[in-house]
Design a protein around this ligand. Structure first.
Ligand code: NAP
Length: 302
């Protein structure tokens, strides 16, 4: 019998991912708290459900692509212990939950333990690659959880992504995503500082970027985010407020581990300042705006 798939969280990332599963021939049951978010999926042939539990009742595997830790807790476990609308209330023993949101690694382990008590296995499978990767099915997917569950989920993950790596046990995927956001955040900050130096020294930033792209400092982030900084074009992409959320998760994890990573803390503070100044909806490359304001160069050309 064909596997029945559920999908909950139909935003910038979840909608194209769910559509890709349908395009690959799967039957989907979907739920969103705003009924209008269900329309494009229903139009594509998905069955719209009125709760997360209803999705789980119709599914052997439920994918979630929600915003933050508290959202996954609410949707999967419910608002209280016996919430009839939660995924756990509708799940059968032997079923699978694959959470692809970016959330806390330690909360992931707690959610996985609660699901395990109900006979349900959880994988954490956060992604990198943005809305373009979601649409094109080229995401990088970092997976935590038991190997047999990973093997079961892999064919579906291969529809959604190009690089699928089993990192380790439950929570390991989210730890990997935290590592990813440390590297991305510090690289954006480094590029922003370099372009600010070029500008202050009266050197053409576009030529600096061109030269750096051909050498050891070259990177996809220099290419994409460097271009955005030079153009002052901060249309999202990956919103600063989501990167701030991810750095909060990193900071919470460092606190739990008693680990001090000063460069990471600095990036988190710059994102706090940027969001605090009302720019959270801009692309996370706008971290450069916080650096500019720090140096009294808010309005000049880069
Ligand atoms: P988004 O567009 O805001 O979508 C999130 C979806 O989850 C929305 O449809 C939202 O419903 C739903 N949702 C949130 N909380 C819910 C709750 N408590 N109950 C029911 N539905 C809920 O965000 P996104 O960009 O798709 O990001 C989703 C996740 O992927 C985040 O964890 C993000 O960090 C991660 N991510 C994003 C990107 C990117 O480039 N965007 C890249 C990599 C990873 P409403 O529409 O009703 O608000």
């Amino acid at each position: 019998m064909a596997t029945r798939i559920g999908f909950i969280g139909l935003g910038i990332m979840g909608r194209p991912m769910a559509l890709n599963l349908i395009a690959a021939g799967h039957r989907l049951a979907v739920y969103a708290r705003r009924p209008e978010a269900l329309v494009p999926l229903a139009d594509a042939g998905a069955e719209a459900c009125d709760s997360a539990a209803a999705v789980a009742r119709k599914s052997d595997v439920v994918f979630t692509m929600l915003s933050d830790t508290a959202d996954v807790e609410q949707v999967v476990l419910g608002s209280g212990p016996d919430d009839p609308r939660a995924v756990i209330a509708g799940s059968s023993p032997g079923s699978l939950v694959v959470d692809m949101s970016t959330i806390s690694p330690s909360a992931t382990r707690r959610i996985a333990a609660r699901l395990a008590d109900a006979g349900v296995t959880m994988l954490d499978a956060p992604v990198s690659g943005g809305d373009i990767g979601a649409r094109d099915g080229t995401l990088s997917i970092m997976v935590g959880g038991p190997a047999p569950a990973f093997a079961r989920a892999k064919p579906w993950l291969e529809i959604l992504g190009r690089s699928i790596v089993h990192i380790g046990g439950q929570g390991a995927g989210q730890v990997c995503k935290a590592c990813n956001q440390i590297v991305v955040g510090q690289t954006i900050a480094g590029i922003g500082e370099a372009l600010l130096l070029a500008e202050a020294a009266g050197v053409d930033g576009t030529r600096v970027r061109d030269a750096l792209l051909g050498g050891f400092a070259g990177s996809r982030i220099l290419e994409v985010h460097g271009r955005r900084m030079l153009a002052g074009d901060y249309r999202p992409g990956f919103k600063a407020v989501l990167h701030q959320k991810d750095m909060r998760i990193v900071q919470e994890t460092l606190h739990e581990l008693g680990l001090g990573l000063p460069g990471t803390a600095l990036v988190a503070q710059l994102l706090n300042a940027l969001v605090g100044q009302g720019d959270g909806e801009l692309d996370s490359a706008a971290l450069h705006l916080a650096q500019r304001r720090l140096n009294g160069r808010a309005h000049g050309p880069v």
